[in-house]
Design a protein around this ligand. Structure first.
Ligand SMILES: Nc1nc2c(c(=O)[nH]1)N=C([C@H](O)[C@H](O)COP(=O)(O)OP(=O)(O)OP(=O)(O)O)CN2
Length: 177
């Protein structure tokens, strides 16, 4: 086993979602206080400069988590692109539901997600390509954050995993370690 330093940082967001095909209560529109943890590791600490002695400055890690997760999702609604009944509720006046969902689908196919506030009531909407379970969100946010961590640490650190707690008792992580 290779020795490495590991750091972890958590943020919390509030967001709504539903699990479209769930057989029970999670089909309902509901919300969670999500806790998201990002774990980063490096074989070597920075030798000099403002990050000397660090894998990655905790504040840099927070900046990236806030940009990729908090800004588009906090106090928003996280939906699956296949959940057209749910997405239809967010279509703003003057735009057909078909066109609204088509534009979201194009973004999801191109970028892996769609984020918009051009919705009914200006509600923050974040759309991904899979059901918004803790497992899929952990993988999605891992894929969003990983390149940011590499860049912010000038290649020294890598994202090891993302853990998403949906409730204080239930968590999923990607990748399994
Ligand atoms: N493996 C998964 N199972 C479930 C997920 C998930 O993302 N991954 N999500 C849900 C629902 O979203 C639900 O809101 C959470 O389910 P549950 O644990 O049953 O909710 P509780 O309110 O009972 O949780 P407590 O921690 O006991 O308050 C369902 N399953």
């Amino acid at each position: 086993m290779t020795n490495a330093y590991r750091i972890a940082r958590r943020i919390g967001i509030d967001a709504g979602h539903r699990i479209r095909l769930h057989g029970s209560k999670c089909r309902n529109l509901h919300g969670h206080r999500y806790t998201i943890e990002a774990v980063c590791e490096a074989e070597h600490l920075a030798h000099d400069g403002e990050q000397a002695g660090m894998v990655l400055d905790f504040s840099f890690l927070k900046d990236e988590m806030m940009g990729e997760i908090d800004a588009p999702c906090d106090h928003g609604f996280i939906a699956e692109i296949a959940d057209s009944e749910c997405l239809a509720m967010f279509a703003p006046g003057g735009v057909s539901v078909e066109n609204f969902i088509h534009a979201l689908r194009e973004s999801v196919e191109k970028d892996g997600f769609a984020a918009t506030t051009k919705t009914t009531l200006g509600t923050k909407l974040y759309v991904i390509g899979a059901p918004p379970t803790a497992e899929n969100l952990a993988r999605h946010w891992f894929e969003r954050l990983a390149p940011r961590i590499a860049e912010r640490s000038e290649g020294r650190a890598r994202l090891a995993k993302v853990v998403v707690w949906e409730t204080p008792n239930c968590a999923a992580e990607w990748p399994a370690t």
